[in-house]
Design a protein around this ligand. Structure first.
Ligand SMILES: Cc1ncc(COP(=O)(O)O)c(C=O)c1O
Length: 296
């Protein structure tokens, strides 16, 4: 049973309906911050340390240091999830730049704020989309180049992402993928991308967030004897693929049935997509890489 939602704010657990963030926090004002979403299924959190490693990398590269040890991060993430009472949850961490002390104008003097909250587990696709696949659009916007904002930052500056999502929806598509400025496929606003051709699993090599689900799918493919190639892909590779799917912490694989109007060749979900999706949920049920949230 879900309990009244609480938010961890810098070491305190506050009711979710109380204000938690200052108007002057740069995270609120300008999207200056980084985040993670960690999932719990049937009371077991998945790959907690891998998400915390990625958070650590984003924070370090962004000069954000709220001063928590690994043990304190683990404790806070587990505790806020436990307090939610949810057995299937997504626990979001946000580390924002904070506000600079009054009378100063030096970003280095900001004290970062840490917010953590658990919400009911969310699938990116609706039930119908999970059954029949999604219609994916190649966006006209280009992905952020690594020399502007490396996509490996998991950051909260999402205007570009949201504009593209609204545009895709307005155009009658369910999701979109970006190309890089030199024409290579990158990722979707909330997920990584895979294509299958002649039994080989492909995923773009560069210009992408290093998704934990992408990493898990590559590991599972190798275990299942499916060859994996992490290499540059173009839109053409998606048009001629046997299977295409996106993947994220929110529901793992989501099969694609159409790419910018071209039907994907194999019926949804394709054979390899299904094998990987089943393997993913199997290892989760077995507790592999798992941290139990509830005692006993
Ligand atoms: C831009 C982007 N790419 C990929 C992903 C998938 O990453 P993960 O599998 O770690 O959820 C996300 C998740 O939010 C994302 O925002």
């Amino acid at each position: 049973m879900a309990n009244a939602p609480e938010v961890y704010v810098n070491g305190r657990y506050l009711p979710a309906d109380q204000p938690q963030v200052s108007f002057f926090d740069w995270g609120f004002q300008f999207g200056d911050g980084v985040y993670e979403v960690i999932s719990t299924w049937q009371g077991v959190m998945f790959r907690l340390d891998d998400y915390l490693d990625r958070l650590d990398a984003s924070m370090h590269a962004a000069w954000l240091d709220p001063g928590l040890s690994r043990a304190q991060w683990r404790e806070a993430v587990i505790e806020v999830t436990r307090r939610s009472g949810l057995r299937d949850a997504g626990t979001k961490i946000i580390v924002s730049r904070g506000a600079q002390p009054p009378g100063t104008n030096d970003l280095r003097l900001c004290r970062p704020n840490v917010f953590i909250a658990a919400s009911p587990y969310m699938f990116l696709g609706t039930e119908a989309q999970r059954d029949s696949g999604i219609r994916l659009m190649i966006a006209h916007q280009r992905g952020m180049p690594a020399d502007t904002l490396d996509p490996r930052y998991k950051h909260i500056s999402r205007l570009q992402y949201n504009l593209a999502r609204i545009e895709a929806a307005e155009a009658g598509h369910d999701d979109l993928v970006w190309l890089s400025h030199d024409g290579y496929v990158q990722e979707a606003p909330r997920s990584n991308l895979f294509a299958v051709r002649d039994g080989v699993l492909y995923t773009p090599a560069a210009g992408v967030l290093h998704g934990i689900t992408r990493m898990t799918f590559c590991e599972l493919a190798r275990e299942l004897g499916i060859p994996v190639e992490v290499r540059p892909l173009t839109a053409f590779d998606l048009f001629v693929a046997d299977e295409v799917f996106t993947c994220s912490t929110s529901g793992a694989a989501l099969a694609v049935r159409e790419v910018s109007g071209r039907p994907v060749r194999q019926a949804v979900p394709g054979v390899i997509t299904r094998r990987l999706q089943e393997a993913y949920w199997r290892i989760r049920a077995e507790g592999r890489h798992g941290t139990p949230v509830y005692p006993g």
